[in-house]
Design a protein around this ligand. Structure first.
Ligand SMILES: Cc1ncc(COP(=O)(O)O)c(C=O)c1O
Length: 305
């Protein structure tokens, strides 16, 4: 059986690293939820134990995000990609399910809509400023299969009567995120991640402080490399979740990836459309993993630069 010592430092952009305590708890409960005698993979989504998991997860998300009375939090399937269609289908009145616009829609008084998939739960957010915010879970909040949507209540009135029920946010609000069989395991893991953030980490301000410190280690290595590592982003626009950079040649990038992997630093290859190196340093990436990568970057530059 694998142990914590067998784990590599996984810098994948998603599905991504999870907190070890979340994995351990899921493993412990996989033969049976406490007092239930069955795992979350087997219980009915209408059962009392799942009621508790869903209620606790939604309550934790509301608390972490500071959701007030003006907004609703719902959990959906279809990934963040489904939101690319659901947002316009629901928020643009009189444009039922349109995929091609004959002319540009009038966006005056537009609500702010945010795809927060990459930095969801990585720092405090001012939910009151958003009309709608969505995020898939498999980066910073759990595993693939569940997408969180926070929507301002007045926007729910925009959806016309024409939408299929499963593409209408109102269905998920009125049915408490459970109009049909929801992704029970993904919701369970999202709940465990929220518990970890609230109870082990101590909330989003603390996780933001840790994330800023972790990202700074890598940006310092880039900035001190004398141009050997070239950051993709302008310094003012740098991400604290995805640290991206290039090396002087594609051959050096290949060598960097191979040698990093040999040292237990995995999944550093850049996005397929951009190339280079991408280190995703989500909430669950321990600072020791980032320090190892920083040390490796310095050693690699000293050897090859
Ligand atoms: C910002 C952003 N939006 C959307 C997606 C797509 O998410 P999903 O695969 O859940 O549809 C990704 C995935 O990498 C992403 O990074």
């Amino acid at each position: 059986m694998a142990t914590v010592a067998d784990r590599v430092f996984n810098f994948s952009a998603g599905p991504a690293v999870l907190p070890v305590t979340v994995l351990e708890r899921a493993r412990e409960e996989l033969l049976g939820l406490p007092g239930v005698g069955m795992s979350v993979l087997e219980i009915s989504h209408r059962s009392k134990p799942f009621d508790e998991i869903l209620d606790r997860t939604l309550a934790a998300l509301n608390q972490l995000l500071g959701v007030g009375d003006d907004h609703e939090v719902v959990l959906l399937q279809g990934g963040a990609s489904l939101q690319f269609a659901m947002v316009p289908m629901n928020l643009l009145p009189g444009q039922p399910g349109a995929a091609k616009w004959p002319s540009l829609p009038d966006v005056g008084q537009s609500p702010l809509v945010c795809d927060a998939s990459s930095d969801f739960l990585s720092r405090p957010v001012d939910i009151a400023r958003y009309g709608l915010l969505y995020a898939c879970a498999q980066k910073n909040a759990g595993i693939a299969g569940v997408t969180t949507v926070v929507i301002r209540k007045d926007l729910l009135e925009r959806s016309g009567e024409h939408l299929p029920a499963m593409l209408d946010y109102r269905t998920f609000v009125s049915k408490g995120s459970r109009p049909n069989t929801p992704p029970v395991f993904a919701i369970y893991i999202l709940g465990l991640v929220c518990d970890w953030l609230l109870n082990d980490v101590g909330g989003l301000e603390e996780v933001a402080r840790r994330n800023a410190a972790k990202a700074a280690l890598l940006y310092e290595a880039i900035d001190a490399s004398g141009g050997f590592y070239q950051g993709h982003a302008e310094p003012a626009c740098r991400s604290e979740m995805n640290v991206t950079f290039r090396l002087p040649t594609p051959e050096l990038e290949q060598a960097f990836l191979a040698e990093a992997l040999a040292q237990g630093l995995s999944d550093l290859k850049g996005h397929r459309s951009v190339g280079g190196i991408r280190a995703s340093v989500y909430n669950a990436m321990p600072v020791e993993g980032v320090q190892s990568l920083r040390d490796f970057m310095n050693d690699f530059r000293n050897a090859k630069g």
